[in-house]
Design a binder for this molecule. Structure first.
Ligand code: AMP
Ligand code: MG
Length: 410
């Protein structure tokens, strides 16, 4: 049995990041991963502009202005946003200006509207001593033309989408999404629309894994239920390997008489690198690497129990998906948070143990509470509403309430 950290290392070493690139419309790029770095096409801001509604003035004209002795200037132009100023401000002059509008030549300071008083139509009184250069956003202050804005491997969230739009990209080059084949093995499995006969259960894994793959940025290819039949399983696994970058099958990886997955992986030419991991739940994890022409495929034979299958995904498939998808190394690890356990925790101490529950911020500190009910790997019901897994290391069999613990965000 491999320790968890070693299994994770091996798995990551088997994954080759996808290099194929596709161009997508910016409106459809949310959550995608940038394939080419982007540098600025323009200066940000594009020109010196006003940060306030007010008056553009020469500081030298108003440096001695005070509320008691305001200086009066002639208003020679009105400059709304989107308007190109037509004249240079001369000594004794001001321009009415609005937020975002171009600061006219000759002006070097903006006085807020609230500190002015308009006199008739053509004059304004400056009722404070302004600070030189105040309320001007300088051209190129945020970024200059040619400055790097976004690195390849960046996930496109709303902020990055805004930056791309602002620098003139209406389309963007992203890595193609990983294609992930999903198959469920087991004679006992049926689809959710079928009435259960004795001994049958619904193939919930197919749906759980498809949801997981979508959340991880992949495209699920659902290949359905495959009975515990050697030739049918061989055909389905072969199809999966041919059609995907990653394969997730559940069931058939234990030591039972009908557990054929490992044998078939070997027959199909897979290099089996993980056979079992010292983790609970999820010990019977099989991972193999395939080569098909120039493609490389990683096959995960996950345990059939619904919680085991999902925990294996969160702990091992997630990092593999992150690397495959083109994320930088710093993003491959699951997200860990240090929290305080609100209950005593117990484990057998032999395997790295994961228990599911809820992470909440309580008085400024993260607190983890176990899900109620039975913590069996067959019980998917009490996974509802959970958002984290607490990790109990090997050789630790009890942790007292109030102790600091590591929690994996799911
Ligand atoms: P196996 O790993 O094939 O021995 O399956 C272990 C347990 O997980 C058995 O109780 C199965 O009925 C259950 N199981 C296997 N596959 C699925 C699935 N696709 N959906 C839900 N439960 C499953
Ligand atoms: Mg089975």
């Amino acid at each position: 049995m491999l320790p968890v950290s070693q299994a994770e290392k091996i798995i990551l070493s088997l994954v080759q990041p996808l290099s194929e690139i596709e161009t997508v419309d910016l409106t459809l790029a949310t959550g995608r991963i940038l394939a080419r770095s982007i540098s600025s096409q323009v200066d940000f801001p594009h020109w010196d502009n006003s940060a306030m509604d007010g008056y553009a003035v020469k500081f030298s004209d108003v440096r001695s202005s005070t509320p008691k002795h305001p200086i009066t200037l002639e208003v020679v132009e009105e400059i709304p946003a989107g308007y190109q100023p037509q004249r240079e401000i001369q000594s004794g002059e001001a321009a009415r200006i609005f937020t975002g509008a171009i600061v006219p030549a000759g002006a070097d300071t903006i006085v807020m509207q609230e500190h002015t008083q308009r006199v008739q139509k053509t004059f304004v009184k400056i009722q404070i001593t302004p600070t030189a250069k105040s309320f001007i956003r300088q051209r190129g202050e945020y970024a200059k033309v040619g400055d790097p804005l976004l690195a390849a491997g960046t996930v496109l969230n709303p902020a990055e989408i805004a930056i791309l739009a602002a620098t003139g990209c209406s389309e963007v080059k992203v890595y193609r999404r990983p294609r992930v084949a999903i198959l469920s093995t087991g004679d006992e499995l049926v689809t959710p629309d079928r009435a259960l006969k004795p001994g049958q259960i619904v193939d919930s894994n197919q749906y759980a894994l498809a949801a997981f793959v979508q959340q991880a940025g992949g495209i699920p290819i659902c290949l359905g239920i495959i009975p515990d039949d050697r030739s049918k399983l061989t055909a389905a696994m072969s199809e999966a390997i041919d059609s995907a970058d990653l394969v997730l099958s559940t069931g058939g990886v234990s030591v039972g008489d009908y557990d054929y997955v490992e044998e078939i992986l070997a027959e199909l030419g897979g290099d089996i690198r993980v056979r079992a991991v010292a983790i609970k739940p999820g010990k019977p994890l099989t991972v193999a690497k395939f080569k098909r022409d120039t493609r490389s495929i990683v096959y995960f034979g996950l345990p059939g129990n619904p919680v085991s299958a999902l925990v294996s995904c969160w702990r091992f498939v997630q990092p593999a998906m992150a690397k495959l998808a083109g994320l930088p190394k710093s993003n491959w690890q699951p997200t860990w948070i240090e929290a305080m356990t609100s209950q005593n925790l117990t484990a057998d101490g032999k395997r790295e143990t994961y228990l599911w529950g809820k992470l909440e911020l309580v008085e400024g500190r993260y607190q983890f509470s176990l899900a109620g009910g039975n913590h069996s790997s067959a019980n998917l019901i009490n996974l509802a509403g959970t958002n984290a897994l607490v990790m109990i290391p090997v050789d630790v069999s009890s942790i007292e309430a109030g102790t600091s613990i590591r929690v994996l965000i799911i």
